[in-house]
Write a protein that binds this ligand. Structure first.
Ligand code: PLP
Length: 637
């Protein structure tokens, strides 16, 4: 039982600390006095919009949960901040060139995002990075400002190259980055044929490596890029053809989500050394492209832990500008245009996944019978003795004993020496012991690691209306931590501890890593769920998740709602996109929904003929099947 004083003393500030919203929210999210999560996109933090109110608006418009909420203001804010921070660093160091950002389309390809980045980004000449033919086709058409760049990475066939060369002919700054040595002859051949001077760059294999999930993207064994010998061969080939003036750009990509600023510094230093050498070799150069890697502080810890970053954006920009400037000045080489391909940091904040809780299983110790006879099996009596003796000073010992006696009892049951009823009694005693240990261990100064896991062993399971595989694939695949919290009731004490299960029937379909009290925990404190509407938000999901998500259990794309908040604190629903219907996802896996309907109709008719159902029942059954077929793939009210 939670003490009444704890319930009464709980304030929104306790919730702010518990869920760390001000640590990972970057000032974009906060908690209102009424206990709702609010979005605060402007410098004036009094202008705020409650996510709970937005959900009400979504419901009134007839849309069901789960919903991916896109916050257009936050996309603009991130592009502004990136460009402004580089400009400030350039001004501070009196750097003699400028910055150009390009957004890598792969990070979130949705048309709406590319449209907004090219619209809002125009004033900063913020361009696009394309890693495939499809992305290039989108980029050429979507780019609105011709001072921006398109950087083409990835493997290129003749069609890809022709498209890029046509773009150059039309006055678009479209750079080809050579990833493999044999791409160069094809580019040169097509350029001569089409009478276009290509803008050539080379992707470099750095020996520098970064920590984090994607450390293999960099280093000598990275699968992309050219080593220094191959780089020299490119220079020689271009010199032989009299085309060294086309070699303008040097690119590298160390990996995504680089948590440690020292890795960033050392990579720029190495790349810049190569850049100046290339200029000494007679290449035109002029552009240094540092790729992506700018991290997002998902857990708000500001450390070099892989879900965090130990630097600010200001420090990132200052370090880059300073290193490039000093390396170039040492040799007397003009300062290059600095390009970065920041994807994650640009779009992560933009999307929030919202879902409702459907049900909860409480893990509470079952009451024991009032009397347990001492004629029960000796091992059950031993277990009961453990329950009677748990104290803070013998918690570990009792835990060991409880596990031991439980194992013995399982063995006895397997050999037919005790009954099912005996085993059930033993289970009840065991879970009562674990519940007492869970409380007593918190009184210990140092909690042994073995006991840390107890909270999650007795955590409730909250069943939630979403699919991890569709909406949060990185949480499942690489253990990525996304900030997760209830979006309302934050002025109430969250009295339950829970893990979140999704509605796929997969045992991996769960979230069981959370930021709580400045730590990564296996369960999250939540409010009691009493069949009321209870909503949870997973934040910072704008990067990589949307298109990486899959159709596991045929859960499709969620509904999407985009809002734009104005300076009065009002907001507009700027776009609403229906999620996949069941018919949509079935057709992705090669079913023909019309044929399914026809086959089902024939079955229903046969059932009428066989006297199993009446004609009016057939009508009802057909209606239900059709409404399921064209309805949402998630749980509907
Ligand atoms: N550039 C290239 C070549 C990439 O492969 C990637 C993604 O890994 C990026 C940029 C984007 O990186 P990030 O999202 O870390 O900014």
């Amino acid at each position: 039982m939670v003490k009444k004083e704890i319930l009464d003393r709980w304030t929104i500030e306790h919730s702010v600390d518990l869920y760390g919203i001000r640590n990972w929210g970057k000032g974009y999210f906060n908690v209102s006095p009424g206990g709702d999560v609010v979005i605060t996109p402007f410098d004036d933090k009094n202008i705020s919009v409650s996510i709970r109110d937005i959900i009400d608006g979504i419901r009134e418009r007839g849309m069901d949960m789960p919903v991916l909420l896109r916050l257009e203001n936050l996309l603009d804010a991130q592009i502004y901040e990136l460009n402004k921070s580089f400009q400030d660093a350039i001004d501070t160091f009196k750097y003699q060139s400028h910055y150009r950002g390009v957004y890598p389309i792969k990070v979130n390809q949705q048309q709406q995002i590319i449209d907004e980045i090219t619209r809002f980004g125009s004033k900063y000449h913020h361009g696009l990075e394309a890693g495939s033919k499809a992305e290039l086709i989108a980029a050429i058409s979507m780019l609105k400002d011709h001072e921006s760049f398109i950087i083409c990475n990835g493997y290129k066939d003749a069609e890809f190259i022709d498209l890029g060369l046509m773009a150059v002919k039309m006055g678009i700054n479209c750079f080809f980055v050579i990833e493999m040595p044999n791409e160069l002859p094809l580019i040169l051949e097509r350029a001569v044929e089409m009478n276009v001077t290509p803008l050539i760059g080379v992707r470099l294999k750095l020996s520098s490596k970064a920590g984090g999930h994607w450390s293999d993207s960099g280093g000598d064994r990275s699968i992309f890029g050219l080593n220094t010998t191959q780089l020299i061969q490119v220079v020689d080939t271009l010199r032989e053809r009299g085309m060294l003036d086309c070699f303008k750009l040097l690119h590298y990509h160390l990996g995504s989500q680089i948590p440690n600023i020292r890795d960033i510094r050392s990579a720029v230093m190495e790349a810049c050394r190569i850049y100046v050498e290339l200029q000494k070799e007679g290449a035109a150069m002029g552009y240094l492209d540092l790729g992506g890697g700018l991290a997002v502080d998902y857990d708000g810890s500001k450390t070099n832990y892989m879900n965090s970053m130990n630097y600010s954006l200001t420090e990132y920009c200052h370090d880059i500008v300073e290193v490039i400037m000093s390396t170039c000045d040492d040799i007397g080489v003009p300062h290059p245009v600095i390009i970065t391909e920041s994807g994650r940091a640009t779009v992560a904040y933009y999307s929030v996944l919202l879902f409702n809780v459907l049900d909860a299983t409480r893990f509470e110790a079952m009451p024991l019978p009032e009397t347990i006879n001492d004629t029960e099996h000796e091992q059950i009596i031993n277990l009961l003795d453990v329950l009677k003796t748990v104290k803070p000073k013998n918690v570990q010992e009792c835990f060991n004993d409880a596990l031991y006696y439980r194992d013995v009892i399982h063995q006895l049951f397997k050999h037919g020496d005790i009954s099912l009823r005996d085993r059930s009694l033993a289970e009840k005693i065991f879970w009562n012991i674990i519940n007492v240990i869970a409380l007593e261990k918190n009184k210990m100064k140092l909690i042994p690691p073995e006991l840390e896991g107890i909270d999650s062993a007795i955590a409730d399971i909250y069943y939630c209306n979403f699919s991890v595989f569709q909406s949060l694939p990185d949480a499942w695949a690489i253990g990525q931590i996304f900030p997760t919290m209830p979006i309302h009731r934050l002025n109430e004490y969250p009295c339950r501890n829970a893990v979140l299960a999704d509605i796929t029937c997969d045992c991996d379909g769960k979230i069981d890593r959370f930021i709580s009290d400045n730590e990564i925990r296996n369960c999250i404190p939540l409010h009691d769920f009493n069949d009321n509407e209870y909503y949870i938000g997973v934040f910072l999901v704008g990067a990589y998740q949307e298109t990486l998500g899959d159709l596991h259990n045929l859960m499709g794309d969620t509904n999407v709602v985009s809002i734009r908040i104005n300076e009065k604190g009002d907001y507009d629903f700027v776009r609403e996109i229906d999620g996949d219907s069941v018919a949509d996802v079935l057709s992705y896996v090669e079913y023909n929904p019309k044929l399914l309907l026809e086959q089902f109709r024939a079955k229903a008719e046969r059932a009428v003929r066989d006297g199993l159902i009446s004609v009016s029942e057939r009508r009802k059954i057909m209606k239900a099947y059709e409404s399921g077929l064209y309805g949402y793939t998630y749980f509907e009210k």
